[in-house]
Design a protein around this ligand. Structure first.
Ligand SMILES: Nc1ncnc2c1ncn2[C@@H]1O[C@H](COP(=O)(O)OP(=O)(O)OP(=O)(O)O)[C@@H](O)[C@H]1O
Length: 456
């Protein structure tokens, strides 16, 4: 069998050290021993050990077993992934149990046979390998998140209303307080939610976005809380839910006003208990998430109308952030337009373009019911349709709505017309599913069903 793992044995009994070393040497890559625990931490600084076999009592002290526990704490303070196995005398079981509660991975009795001791140490070595693998995966995940988040901060806005929003974001970001962001569609709720995450202490962890308006009721629990293999027909394997996935980071619950009452209760329980039970499972999984929720609904009114749970509202709105509509921050329109002009000229490989005063005034005068998303869409269309470097008011085509174009359809086939209409509504709203659904007079989940049906 190949020798793997570095073992350190700490015991003041020289005979025992010798005996252990002798029978274990063919099983471990290296075995070091120390008699005096006072040099233990300096030894750990010199070399990394996979398993530490530690005596429970040292002659120098009183035989209470506390010396072992004291040294265990020193080891774990130095390396929280250390795998410590205690050497106990016959009858020390209670003490051994206490040691395991305090972080030891196992214990061996001096009286046990070699086979038994060896299998305990090899199991401890396997555990160490798993712990190191998890440590490396976590650090990779951290690096990846840092990469992903690197250029994500770009919230444009110098208007008084936006400055106020940024001030609150700064204050709240460092805390773990739950945040509720309200505002019309396309005002930047998701962008601001990401900003809260990026400015928080969780920024090197994951940001998980869940569009609650797009999850069908039947999948709600399994999507959010996960499921166990066999929990339902399609559950071919265990699957982690979004809450668990976001653990350590931020969970963005978008369109929270769209959650039906009976599912709000489930959401509340999870947020309150900070644990989820996957569908088909029975063991709760601890979660540590910061919740940022968003909606374009008036949740206080919904509470008054009996459509939203008051206790859930108070859980999620520790801090409320109300985003102004684009009309209310028209001072930002010129800068936003310039930002998107640069973005789209680059994207469509066009020469750079500039808007003259009349073009900007036209943009500033528009009501922008679709807010920044609509502005973005208009600028994209302008870039595609124009070739001149200077843009005048006439070059900016705003205000053409689906409703205004009354054309004869190519066919009277209802299904085909439904498909075309849905496609147009999505294009018109720049991919904003809430607005598209509103334009079509259906709800979001029906829209998602139809998108799937027509493969759009
Ligand atoms: N301050 C900003 N600066 C630049 N772009 C922005 C800003 N705020 C929003 N946007 C852009 O506007 C679009 C809509 O933003 P976002 O999706 O965050 O809005 P929302 O309020 O969450 O919309 P919905 O309610 O429809 O989900 C996105 O493409 C986003 O990048």
């Amino acid at each position: 069998m190949p020798q793997k793992g570095r073992l350190l044995i700490v015991d003041d009994n020289e005979e025992l050290l010798f005996a252990f070393q002798l029978f274990l040497k063919s099983h471990f890559e290296s075995i070091d021993t120390i008699k005096n625990p006072n040099v233990l931490v300096s030894k750990l600084r010199e070399k990394e050990y996979d398993v530490i076999l530690l005596d429970m009592n040292f002659k120098a002290g009183i035989n209470s077993g506390n010396e072992g526990l004291y040294w265990l704490k020193q080891i774990l303070d130095f390396d929280k992934n250390a795998c410590v196995v205690f050497i106990t005398a016959y009858g020390d079981i209670e003490l051994a149990v206490r040691a395991m509660k305090e972080g030891a991975v196992d214990f061996v009795q001096k009286s046990w046979d070699e086979k038994h001791i060896l299998s305990t140490l090899l199991a401890a070595y396997q555990l160490r390998c798993s712990k190191m693998e998890i440590k490396s995966l976590k650090s990779k995940q951290k690096r990846l998140n840092q990469e992903i988040n690197k250029n994500k901060s770009f919230v444009i806005g110098k208007s008084a209303r936006m400055k106020e929003v940024f001030r609150t974001v700064d204050k709240v970001a460092a805390t773990d307080a739950n945040v509720l962001i309200t505002g019309e569609n396309g005002t930047g709720k998701e962008v601001v939610a990401r900003e809260v995450h990026l400015r928080s202490t969780r920024s090197d962890q994951i940001f998980v976005h869940v569009d609650l308006g797009a999850i069908t009721e039947s999948l709600f629990e399994s999507e959010l809380f996960g499921h166990k293999k066999g929990a339902f027909t399609d559950a071919k394997e265990d699957r982690m839910g979004r809450f668990e996935l976001a653990s350590g980071g931020t969970l963005f619950l978008d369109e929270i006003g769209n959650v039906p009452l009976h599912l709000q209760t489930k959401l509340l329980t999870v947020i309150q208990r900070k644990e989820v039970i996957p569908v088909g499972g029975s063991t709760p999984v601890q979660i540590d998430v910061r919740i940022v929720a968003a909606t374009n609904c008036n949740l206080h009114k919904m509470v008054a109308d009996g459509l939203f749970r008051e206790d859930l509202l108070y859980r999620i709105n520790t801090i409320s952030l109300e985003l102004p509509s684009l009309k209310e921050r028209s001072e930002d329109i010129a800068e936003l337009s310039q930002f998107y002009l640069e973005k789209f000229t680059k994207q469509y490989a066009k020469e750079s373009m500039q808007m003259n005063k009349s073009a900007i005034v036209k943009l500033e005068k528009h009501a922008w019911p679709g807010n920044i998303r609509e502005l973005q869409h208009i600028i994209e269309k302008t870039v595609i349709l124009n070739d001149s470097a200077k843009l005048n008011a006439e070059d900016i085509m705003i205000g053409e709505s689906l409703k205004k174009t009354e054309v004869m359809p190519d066919s009277f086939n209802l299904i085909e017309n439904e498909r075309v209409l849905i496609k147009k509504a999505i294009q018109f709203t720049g991919g904003n599913m809430s607005m598209a659904a509103k334009e079509l007079g259906i709800n979001r989940s029906t829209l998602y069903d139809k998108i799937k049906k027509y493969d759009l």
